[in-house]
Structure formats: C-alpha cells, structure tokens
Write a protein that binds this ligand. Structure first.
Ligand code: GRG
Length: 326
C-alpha cells in the first residue's frame, strides 16, 4: 500500500476549519481545475481514433463525452486515489472509464424510449443533435471503450479486479437495474419489491446514481493499492455522497434554474416520479441532504492521509452539494 501517513490522521479541527472556507480555498480550486484539465485532455486523447471509426460516430462520441459536464465521478476517483497515496497518471485511464460509462448512461437515458429529453449539459441531447440510431451507437461505443481503458491498467491482476468492480456497478443489479426499476415504476411494469415508496425510491437511486459514484471512489483506492478497509470506507463515503447528490438533484429539479442546470426541470412532478421533494417535502429533503453530507464527511476523515489537499477536496465537493446550482 502506498499510504504512509497512518500517524497523520486528518484531525477533526482541520476538516472543521476547512468546511467553513471550503468553497473559497484557492488551493482546492486550483487542484480541481488541474484535475479537470487532465481529465479533459485524457478524454480528448482517448476519443481521437484512427481512420477506422466512422466520422459521424467519432463526432457524436466527442460531442457527448467532451461536452461541459461536471466530471464529478473522475474527479472523485482521482482525489480518492491521491488521498490513498496513488499516482495520478496510473489512475487517469480509470477516471476516463467512469466518465465514459456515465456519458453512455446519460445518452441512453435521454432517448425517446427512456426519459425523452432534448436538452443535456445546456446543449441538444445526442439523439436530437444527430439521430436516434447514432445515439444508441454512441452509448454502445462508450461502454466498450470504458472497458478497453480500464483493461489497460497495470498490473493485469489489478486491471482484472477493476474491470469486475466496474462491470458490476454498471450492470443489471446496479446502474442498469436501477434504471429498469425507475422506468418500471413509471410504466407500471413489475419492479423490485420493497416495503415502502421511500425504500423503493432509495433502492432506485442507490443503483441508478449511487453505484457509479461508489465504484469511482473505490477504484481510486484500489488503484492506489490502499488496504481493503480504506477501500470499504471510500465505498461508504460514496454511498452517502451518492445519496446526498441524488437528494440535491431532486431539489434542483423542483427549485433549480434551467439555465444553470442545463436540462429540463420539473420532470419529476410532470411524470409523477418518486423523488425526495414529492415524498418528504422540500424542508425535510434539505434536512436529509444535510445529515447525509455530515455522515459522508465523517467517513472520509477516518482515512489517514498525507495528502491534505485531496482530503479537503473530497470534503469540499461533499459540502458543495448543499449549495450547488447545477
Ligand atoms: C441508461 C443504463 C442507463 C442508465 C441511466 C444516469 C441515469 C441512469 C439517468 C440520468 C437521469 C438522472 C437525472 C439521474 C440522477 C442523477 C444523475 C446521474 C445526474 C447526472 O449526473 P451529473 O449531474 O451530470 O454528474 P453531468 O452532466 O454534470 O456529468
């Protein structure tokens, strides 16, 4: 394991002080901007194909993947990797892979047969800009590319373990399963059985939104060769981060402004979807988001690290969920 800072556990006072200035710290801002530049350059590089990719497909893949998203999952992966003493260049292929799977899921989610959206990241959705068949193929291509990227990790044994973790998170029991249940509740098909509507909603979100966030963090730890207990803590942090992310996503759907969010809003109410504001109300949803953010921050503080900036960035990203506008 590459972490040497067992004795330098990030103490509570550090994170508390940080929390107060989290949104302002130029050090964090510089770090996040640098990560973003490196992620974008790697995504650009990974989608500059040789002459065998049809030009229309390449254009549509790059339109989708390089569009101005937040790059949240690859950033979490790289920060988790550096928190555990990893080397950024070793983790960049996996960072590209999680963003590719996320981008594929958005393209397919926007299709007329799924959520039927015309706006994503402030631009036309892929099937509106190109056509439906091209959008389906963009998703297919991004999914395959993601596994090509992660399969290139070294050593091969690590690549194998990372492939399994990513395939599991993106597969039928998690990302795709969550999407199936989400569609099934709307269309009245059979879906996974739960006791209450809130449990069903949480099951959907844990899989549809949470699984990719959770695996991004765990992959960061795995590539740094962190001990299993730290990888487990990263997963626990990811689950609370993912939940808080989803609650605030639902709040943005109710209260956000389209020009910032970059997609159509009020869809949950229009489609009568299960969402935190519709089930719990606005104030209770905000309270739940805040409690979940606190839990996530407490978990990340349990991982000892010499990389204070990476730790502070993970806490800042978590606290930022409560005030995000997109
Ligand atoms: C098609 C298998 C399949 C799954 C689709 C991602 C998804 C599952 C649906 C998107 C609908 C949605 C609103 C999901 C909840 C939260 C979410 C994943 C939001 C989008 O993620 P951001 O905000 O997006 O990180 P950007 O554009 O910033 O990358």
């Amino acid at each position: 394991m590459k972490v040497k800072g067992h004795s330098r556990k990030m103490d509570k006072s550090v994170s508390q002080r940080f929390i107060m200035s989290s949104m302002l710290s130029p050090v964090i801002q510089d770090y996040v901007e640098q990560l973003r530049r490196e992620i974008d350059a790697a995504l650009d590089d990974a989608t500059t194909f040789d002459g065998h990719c049809p030009p229309r497909l390449q254009e549509a893949i790059r339109y989708t993947l390089l569009s101005p998203g937040k790059r949240l999952r690859p950033m979490l992966l790289l920060a988790a990797n550096e928190l555990c003493g990893g080397n950024r260049n070793d983790a960049l292929p996996a960072a590209c892979a999680v963003e590719m799977i996320h981008a594929y899921s958005l393209v397919h989610d926007d299709l007329p047969s799924m959520d039927d959206d015309d706006l994503r990241r402030g631009r036309l959705t892929c099937h509106k800009k190109f056509d439906e068949a091209t959008a389906i193929l963009v998703g297919d291509a991004l999914l395959a590319l993601a596994f090509e990227m992660i399969g290139r990790l070294s050593p091969p044994e690590l690549a194998g373990r990372c492939c399994v973790a990513l395939a599991n998170a993106a597969g039928p029991c998690w990302l795709v399963g969550g999407q199936m249940d989400d569609i099934a509740t709307e269309k009245g098909f059979g879906f996974s059985k739960t006791e209450t509507p809130q449990e069903l909603m949480e099951m959907i979100h844990r899989r549809k939104t949470g699984a990719m966030i959770d695996v991004s963090l765990r992959l960061g730890g795995m590539i740094a060769e962190a001990p299993p207990e730290y990888v487990k803590l990263l997963g626990e942090f990811g689950r609370n981060f993912g939940l808080a992310f989803q609650i605030t996503d639902d709040l943005l759907d109710s209260l956000g402004e389209e020009e910032f969010v970059g997609k159509r809003l009020h869809k949950d109410a229009i489609k009568k979807k299960l969402s935190y504001p519709t089930l719990l109300g606005i104030e209770e949803s905000k309270r739940e988001a805040s409690v979940t953010v606190d839990k996530a921050c407490e978990t990340i503080e349990k991982i000892p690290s010499e990389n204070i900036v990476a730790g502070k960035t993970l806490i800042a990203q978590t606290r930022y969920l409560l005030v995000r506008r997109k």
